[in-house]
Design a protein around this ligand. Structure first.
Ligand code: SF4
Length: 118
């Protein structure tokens, strides 16, 4: 499913939309500090089989990586794309194993990618 560009590139529009559905300012704040803010979002929403190395590299240096991944793990529909440097497959594995965002990040940073996908 393609994500309309305005949904991701227009930060104020996204912020307003989230506020309108009850997401608090505190819950929205981490997005303002996101390393990917203002960058081309294509790398974060790859087509099937495309590499996500560029997105992962930006996520590894992002100051709100844990918050971003917590958001994605809390979403019942599992959002598309790269969040906190993880793929949907890795997030599914985290849910199955009961790992927190911080635990999944620690496993990935320790290069346990294959373990994190089982
Ligand atoms: S962790 Fe990655 S996807 Fe999440 S806000 Fe930071 S750069 Fe963006």
């Amino acid at each position: 499913m393609a994500v309309p560009a305005w949904e991701l590139d227009d930060f104020d529009a996204v912020d307003e939309l989230l506020a309108s559905i009850g997401v608090t300012a505190a819950e929205r704040d981490w997005r303002r500090r996101a390393a990917c803010r203002g960058h081309d979002t294509a790398a974060f929403f790859p087509l099937r089989g495309e590499p996500i190395d560029d997105a992962r590299a930006m996520c590894r240096a992002c100051p709100v990586r844990v918050e971003c991944l917590e958001y994605a793990l809390d979403e019942s529909g599992d959002p598309l794309g790269v969040w906190g440097g993880t793929s949907q497959r890795q997030r599914r594995a985290a849910r199955r194993h009961g790992w927190s965002a911080a635990e999944l990040i620690a496993k990935l940073d320790a290069r346990q990618y294959s373990e994190a996908e089982k």
